[in-house]
Write a protein that binds this ligand. Structure first.
Ligand SMILES: [Mg+2]
Length: 409
């Protein structure tokens, strides 16, 4: 539990908000990562660039809300919002109240209208030290040139133009530290797609040993196999890397409470503090698998996807975890998305069992959005008190937006 965090209790001003939506559009914002990111156990390249689908909602009070747009959202669904009150479109799980277009832009609009950050509307409080975050982008970096059949990506690297695999991993950690991170998630599962099972597993272990040695004792390390390990591989890794103080193991294999029980037993036997993390594949809080896993208490860190679950779904996940009483924490999955990160920060202030927010460092290329704060300082996110989500549409860009849909009253 974060110091100073509070249980969610929605601000009553939101319910009394008399603002209606008169225009909804979707556009795209592009970002560049600080380096090329390699592949994981499922694919061979994450890449240098990424983009966010952004939903922009216009209130009849002249305020503009920006947030994440759901992947399947179209003009017909967006039209559903037109003429409706903001307060009627948020608060319950997104799919059930607003046609799956997304609620974060509406929360942003509410916050800008009431001149309060979203976390306050959710009844939350910003912890003094900020919200803990982690860099989720340490992939199978040393395999990139082999996979892409190309020269190493950075001839200006301080490690030279022909670095060893160890130098490549060190460089990824250097970049993460330059972004002020002190906790990383390391992709493992090299034996699923890239290498033979045995060679992949041993290379995973070698990478983890190197990172622990290079980054130091206090540096946070989690691992994520993207379901590329078996139960047997997982038990092997715990034995092989037990001394490395791995904070958590994520998606080792598809969610299975019985198999997690076996893993928990092994963790206990070895006397480790390693936690089990899973949930990014979940569709909605009411799915039977979600209930089963949360109630079983076999997963310590619940990771439903931030944008798919929306703010409302993560609040519900948190409530379910509290009710289950096993002490499970919440760390929303958020791959390659700035709005998902902002949402995680605000929801993190509003629930009592938040763990960390997932960050994918990147610089906005389009000058489309003006960001206030969200400074990463010593592995925490700080300064996010601007109204709403603290992100504004650049007024100079309003006339030349490349929109995927734009519906008006
Ligand atoms: Mg994952």
């Amino acid at each position: 539990m974060l110091p100073g965090s509070a249980s969610a209790g929605r601000d009553s001003d939101v319910d009394n908000l008399d603002v209606r939506i008169n225009r909804v559009l979707r556009c795209q914002v592009n970002y560049e990562r600080p380096r090329i990111v390699a592949g994981n156990s499922k694919y061979r390249l994450a890449g240098k660039s990424r983009s966010d689908r952004v939903l922009v909602v216009f209130g009849d009070n002249g305020k503009i809300g920006v947030g994440a747009c759901s992947s399947g959202a179209n003009a017909k669904q967006a039209r559903y919002l037109i003429g409706k009150k903001v307060s009627d479109l948020i608060g319950d799980f997104a799919g059930e109240v607003n046609q799956r277009v997304g609620t974060s832009a509406l929360w942003d609009l509410a916050g800008k209208t009431l001149e309060k950050p979203v976390y306050q509307l959710l009844g939350g409080k910003a912890p003094k030290g900020g919200i803990p975050v982690y860099d989720g982008m340490i992939y199978h970096e040393e395999l990139l040139s082999r996979d892409q059949n190309s020269a190493y990506r950075n001839p200006d690297s301080k490690y030279g133009s022909k670095p060893s695999w160890k130098d490549i991993i060190k460089e990824a950690i250097d970049v993460s530290k330059q972004e002020n991170h002190n906790f990383v998630k390391v992709k493992i599962g090299r034996g699923k797609l890239h290498l033979s099972r045995k060679a992949g597993n041993y290379q995973d272990a070698a990478v983890l040993e190197l990172i622990r040695e290079y980054a130091g004792k206090g540096f946070g390390i989690g691992v994520d196999a993207n379901d590329g390990y078996s139960l047997e591989d997982t038990l092997w890794l715990l034995n092989e890397c037990g001394s490395l103080n791995i904070a958590y193991i994520e998606e080792m294999f598809p969610d299975d409470a019985n198999q997690y029980r076996v893993v928990r037993k092994e963790i206990k036997k070895l006397g480790l503090k390693t936690m089990i993390a899973d949930g990014e594949g979940w569709r909605k809080p009411s799915d039977p698998l979600v209930t089963e896993i949360i109630e079983s208490g076999t997963v310590d860190i619940l990771q439903a996807d931030m944008r798919r679950f929306e703010i409302e779904g993560i609040l519900e996940e948190s409530r379910m975890a509290t009710q289950a009483g096993h002490g499970s924490m919440i760390a929303p999955h958020n791959f390659g998305n700035d709005f998902g990160f902002y949402m995680s920060i605000h929801v993190g202030c509003a629930i009592p069992n938040f763990y960390r927010a997932e960050h994918d460092p990147g610089k906005q290329l389009d000058n489309l959005l003006i960001k206030h704060g969200y400074d990463i300082v010593n592995g925490t996110c700080q300064n996010f008190d601007a109204p709403g989500l603290g992100i504004e549409l650049n007024p100079k860009r309003l006339g030349d937006l490349n929109t995927q849909f734009d519906v008006k009253q």
